[in-house]
Design a binder for this molecule. Structure first.
Ligand SMILES: Cc1ncc(COP(=O)(O)O)c(C=O)c1O
Length: 398
């Protein structure tokens, strides 16, 4: 008798496992995989291979014996370099023991919620927003409460709205700038206004800045919430994945108040023991090596954003001009279709895969997300197909 065939309760999976939901984006991936000619604009990662000097550093590190377990919370040498990076890029200098290296930002975020949440605690999440947060908060017994981001307000979080959602059960506010999927960057004054709400109401801020060096407009002011007042209860989360095109290496890092940072390091032991040692040596090379390959990737996203935006306007489509990240939201309300139906049909009839807005929560019900991390020509072809499909859907419904 196997667990698959025996309905006995003793073989049943946990409630937690049974409540897991499959992301709608996976439905799209599976459908797109069936069509080898599809233009893939649904993906959430850079199209570039990791720069060569980073790959070389990993090979040398492996050859030199960096093939063993490392300390919880990361190698001292990497953490020291990260103190410098955070000072230069994010504008504040954390103490060494506040920096924790994690196997990807995702594991850092998981550990943060594990360290903060008791059953029923509420977490304020943006919608549209990074979908994994909703699932992680639920998995750990918390309750997601959404604050809306609206295009007509530049997809910026509204401090008054956030204040109105705070209850005695609110434990944390998740902020994401630049934001996936909207591409909006929160202006400094707005960040300060939000932080005054959270500090007055006793709410942790989890500041996800994994796209911190992918601001596409030169001179657009960028403020890391952690730099506003280092004594505030803020946890800043960063990653090598997007900026350095290192998604598969799984290296993220965070800055937390010292007592929490200690808990987050300890929490690695029962989950992952430590981040990959080889990947951490690669991450060191990313920080110390030449900037040109990194800047070249950002410049390609800027060019793609510019051409995508021009094409979108030429086609009479509506959307949001990306300020940071490599995503763009396109409005599909005129098609009269829900985003998932729209995306599946666009894939089948137009050969273009896009991420349906439902993936990003209730605020994504009229949009799809396209990736700017692709060839410019593919992005333009994709927008053309999307526009033709909206017209086709419109003519079928009218
Ligand atoms: C906003 C946001 N945070 C975190 C992550 C996870 O990054 P990592 O690859 O470092 O786990 C992603 C990945 O898509 C993301 O978009």
């Amino acid at each position: 008798m196997s667990p698959d065939t025996d309905p006995k309760e003793s073989f049943a999976f946990s409630h937690r496992a049974r409540d897991l939901r499959r992301s709608t984006i996976r439905v799209l991936f599976d459908a797109a995989d069936q069509n080898p000619d599809a233009i893939r604009l649904e993906v959430g990662e850079p199209s570039f291979t990791t720069p060569q000097h980073i790959i070389d550093a990993a090979s040398s590190a492996a050859a030199a014996g960096y093939t063993h377990y490392g300390p919880n919370g990361g190698l001292t040498s990497l953490r020291e370099l990260l103190v410098d990076k955070i000072q230069k890029v994010n504008g504040f200098k954390p103490a060494f023991d506040q920096v924790v290296v994690t196997p990807g930002a995702m594991n850092g975020l998981y550990s943060i919620y594990a360290a903060l949440l008791n059953p029923g605690d509420e977490v304020l999440l943006p919608t549209p927003g990074f979908p994994n947060m909703d699932e992680t908060v639920r998995l750990l017994g918390g309750r997601p409460v959404f604050y809306e981001l609206e295009r007509h307000n530049g997809y910026l979080p509204d401090p008054d709205r956030i204040a109105s959602l705070v209850t005695p059960r609110t434990k944390a506010l998740f902020l994401n700038t630049p934001n996936n999927p909207t591409g909006a960057v929160i202006p400094p004054e707005r960040i300060e206004a939000i932080l005054s709400v959270t500090s007055e109401r006793g709410v942790w801020v989890i500041s996800d800045e994994v796209y911190d060096q992918l601001i596409l407009d030169d001179g657009l002011p960028y403020l890391s919430p952690g730099s506003v007042d280092t004594s505030m209860p803020i946890i800043s989360v960063y990653s090598f994945s997007k900026v350095y095109s290192m998604t598969g290496w799984r290296v993220g890092y965070l800055v937390a108040p010292p007592a929490l940072a200690q808990i987050l390091r300890t929490l690695q032991e029962p989950q992952v023991s430590c981040p990959s040692t080889i990947s951490q040596k690669a991450a060191e090379a990313a920080l110390t090596g030449p900037r040109e390959p990194i800047e070249a990737m950002r410049s390609a996203y800027v060019r793609n954003r510019d051409s995508a935006w021009t094409r979108l306007l030429e086609l009479g489509l509506e959307g949001f001009r990306t300020q940071g990240t490599f995503y763009m939201l396109v409005d599909i309300a005129k098609s009269g279709l829900a985003p998932l139906d729209f995306s599946l049909r666009l894939l089948e009839e137009g050969g273009v895969a896009v991420a349906p807005g439902e993936v990003f929560g209730p605020g994504g019900d009229e949009v799809v997300r396209i990736s700017l991390a692709n060839d410019r020509e593919n992005i333009e072809l994709g927008l053309d197909a999307l526009s033709s499909f909206i017209e086709k859907a419109q003519s079928q419904t009218s």
